[in-house]
Design a protein around this ligand. Structure first.
Ligand SMILES: [Zn+2]
Length: 335
């Protein structure tokens, strides 16, 4: 659908990579062949994603030159959708959990600073209905679609837009990106999740091997996988795991960064004053300003590189350099 108005720039940029670098079929190496740009609107803001796509290079393999997209992509949004699954889950919960009308939902989304039209809300309500109606009823269709693949890696995600809302559970195949089952449940207990897995197993039939399960490792999911899929390896999504483990640190770090930034205001003012002073000192000072400015815009790579700590490091280096200059000058004057 063409857009009439220009979209606001994304709130943040992120890169998605495949966590497995070997081919799931022949286990040979895969190459990163291209990048895709994808813009998504999530409850947490709009994100410009760079999706790094890999391909198996073994001409004898049935997955030869088939795109392998990052495992985490399917957890964010349905294929070809601009709005995240979390937005979809919220719309579904408001429509069917709280019986809100489309204009009401539209107003609530705008209040949450989600850029959306009323028409798109209607479309997404339909999407939500379709998603839940999928229910694996068409097992034949599914088998013919995944049949050539012969194997699946299941990923399960529970999306709860707000406390007290239903949780939208989505089970998907990581290898093909297909959504296998979606269900809105009031709870997230083991007893509620086991039937979801059983339903998927039944629909896949016994010709399809389930290589493994990926999840964020919630206790109830772990128990449900053990019960419904005994012996199937279950791996925690590395990204979720890392992000959760780093969450307290990330929060502290963000706070530190805000405090640090407060002390670094007014660079532009100094730069403007320097522009009017074309002597050799001004050149040096402008370079320092540039260093500060570049430190301020360096967002690190959380959770791996904390942005507040990175800023502190860079600012300390600039400070040390300035002190060194002062020391040298003092030495020159004393001499
Ligand atoms: Zn291969």
């Amino acid at each position: 659908m063409a857009r009439l108005n220009k979209r606001d720039p994304a709130d943040r940029r992120e890169v998605l990579r495949c966590t497995t670098t070997h081919c799931p079929v022949c286990h040979g190496p895969t190459w990163m062949t291209h990048h895709n740009a994808r813009h998504l609107i999530l409850l947490t803001g709009s994100v410009q994603y760079t999706i790094k796509v890999r391909q198996c290079q073994n001409a004898a393999c049935s997955a030869y030159k088939k795109p392998l997209r990052p495992e985490a992509e399917g957890a964010l949004a349905l294929p070809h959708n601009e709005y995240g699954l979390d937005v979809l889950a919220l719309i579904g919960a408001l429509r069917y959990g709280q019986h809100r009308t489309v204009p009401e939902i539209h107003a609530m989304l705008l209040e949450r600073r989600i850029e959306i039209s009323e028409r798109t809300v209607t479309l997404l309500v339909h999407r939500y209905e379709e998603l839940l109606a999928l229910r694996l009823m068409d097992a034949t269709h599914l088998r013919s679609k995944l049949g050539r693949q012969g194997q699946v890696i299941l990923a399960i995600d529970g999306l709860q837009p707000d406390v007290g809302h239903e949780v939208l559970w989505v089970l998907r195949d990581v290898l093909s990106g297909e959504v296998l089952l979606a269900r809105a449940l009031l709870g997230s207990g083991e007893d509620q999740l086991v039937p979801l897995f059983q339903e998927v197993v039944q629909a896949l039939g016994n010709t399809m091997a389930i290589l493994g399960v990926i999840s964020d490792g919630q206790r109830s999911i772990r128990n449900a996988v053990q019960r419904a899929l005994p012996g199937v390896p279950h791996q925690l999504c590395q990204f979720h795991f890392l992000r959760e483990a780093a969450r307290p640190i990330s929060e502290e770090d963000r706070h530190v960064k805000v405090q640090l930034k407060k002390n670094l205001r007014g660079i532009r003012k100094i730069e403007r004053r320097l522009e009017a002073r074309p002597d050799r000192h001004a050149g040096v000072l402008t370079a320092y300003c540039l260093a500060v400015r570049s430190a301020l815009t360096d967002d690190g790579r959380p959770p791996l590189v904390a942005s507040g700590l990175r800023l502190k490091e860079r600012i300390s280096a600039i400070e040390a350099s300035l002190e060194h200059v002062l020391e040298t000058q003092k030495g020159d004057l004393e001499r």
